[in-house]
Design a protein around this ligand. Sequence first.
Ligand code: DLL
Length: 444
Amino acid sequence: MDAASPTEAGREQRFLHAELETMPREKIAALQLRRLRDTLENAYAHVPPVRRRLDEAGVRPSDVRRLEDVALLPFTKKTDLRDNFPFGLFARPVAQLARLHASSGTTGKPTVVGYTRQDLDQWADLMARSLFAAGARPGDIVHNAYGYGLFTGGLGAHYGAERLGAVVVPVSGGGTERQVDLLQDFGARVLCSTPSYALAIAEAAEQQGVDLRRSRLRIGLFGAEPWSAAMRREIEARIGLKAVDVYGLSEIMGPGVACECECQDGLHGWEDHFLFEVIDPDTGVPVPEGQAGELVITTLTKQALPMLRYRTRDITRLTTERCACGRTHARILRITGRNDDMLIIRGVNVYPSQIEAVLVGRAMLAPHYQLVVTREGILDEVAIEVEAQPGVPADDYAHLGRDLAHHVKVHVGISTRVSVLEPGRVARSQGKAVRVRDLRPKES
Ligand code: DLL
């Protein structure tokens, strides 16, 4: 290829928008304050439930004079979206929107989110920035195995890749054997999927006798579900690519709210468009930088659905320490799990990803597992169902199970029952994996 072609030049370039991504932190803060005030004005003027809330709290948009004053604003919760179903929190008439997405809740109505043309444009920009940070470049073939539809993963990654100038293969989730064929035939350099689905693709390839490590794949943008460092190592080893973490949620935008760069050292939260806080989930009080808590996000540029202090329920830590890549935007460290997924086992708080971290990569065990939660009297118990690697004699299963239970006890601090199962017995995901089967009686 001609060295002067845009594609080759793109490979030298370090940032998609250098000025925005390396802005001094004081400048980021000034921009955030300006945009926060605009967002408040927009929400106060156009969203009656937000106006009511702010009036009740005795806060006027003009009261926000410094960035820290964001703490004066009431939180928004998922239930607020449900209570105002479907369009009650929109700041624009539905006819002025360009798209709707929705996420299916486990109970009741889905959460509906809306975008103006400008919101969609900004989303494409941020997802393009995320892809670039991860190492994707114009001209790359991007195999997009996030589900297309109401879920934001498929279309979010799709338009971001197009905006970057990449070549998108809009394959969506499912038909895993065919995904392996397409990856080989088209020679994709970038794979977008949930981490659990990447593993399902890796497994399907191995079963077809295909070594994806010899394919053109170099970069994976994996997100939409919690995954451990052990899972990253497993995927990287089996597919032969750099696995990068990407974060987002439909209430705020979709994928691309934050993304790791090639340093793989935490996800840059795009602070020119979002304000990130970490709070103590019990008290609602912001915690000092570096301490774990619930991530709270305020949108700074969204027109259709401005969100003030949205409680994500995701547990993480934030750092503003400068990343080796040179980007100045704060980093969200790996999301350990959702508040809702936290189990309390005999007084010990446990996230499924902590068990995953012990289990994945253990000799003779496959990285396919599910946790089964039951209640004995007043105490919750966890059983682990995990597959053996193909070829491991069934006689070894009991011993492998005892060994894993021991390591979980040592590293996580809880007692579990482990069942080692034959290969293929744990359901494979095509999108977000179901890691927990909750058999506890439902509270009424
Ligand atoms: O999952 C958006 C997305 C699509 C993100 C593709 C990344 C890639 P929702 O369906 O609304 O949106 O689910 C959002 O998924 O609150 C987290 O609990 C979880 N989640 C998303 N990304 C990550 C991640 C999309 N990288 C919810 N690590 C969020 C851990 C994640 N959890």
